[in-house]
Design a protein around this ligand. Sequence first.
Ligand SMILES: [Cu+2]
Length: 132
Amino acid sequence: MSAPVTRGRRRAAWIVFGACVLAIGASSALQSPEPREIEVVARRYAFEPPEIEVTLGERVRLLVRSGDGLHGLEIERFRVSKEIPRGGEPVVIEFTADEAGRFPILCSVYCGDGHDEMKGALVVSARASAQP
Ligand SMILES: [Cu+2]
């Protein structure tokens, strides 16, 4: 009567082992990588850098601060629209770059004569750019 018990235990051990393997595999697959952090400065009448490059599917975290007065940062396609207050405290903006292309970055708060010229671009490329 000992054989079936042993077999049962062995099977249970295999099931536990299998569950562990699956759990480890799933957790590493689901673990999203850290977002790409990019510092942006908004000042009259430009964004610095003027062009932000990311990779398709990448989680993006913009740390945007103002170099002078009140501005706004808007990327319509990714439903991003935030006020960037004066004072230099960074505003954190997160989104997923889930479409490839070139998308305008606009200042959404009137900030002076050159406001309409205050434009940047978000470039989402399908292929991973070369890492330094
Ligand atoms: Cu502005």
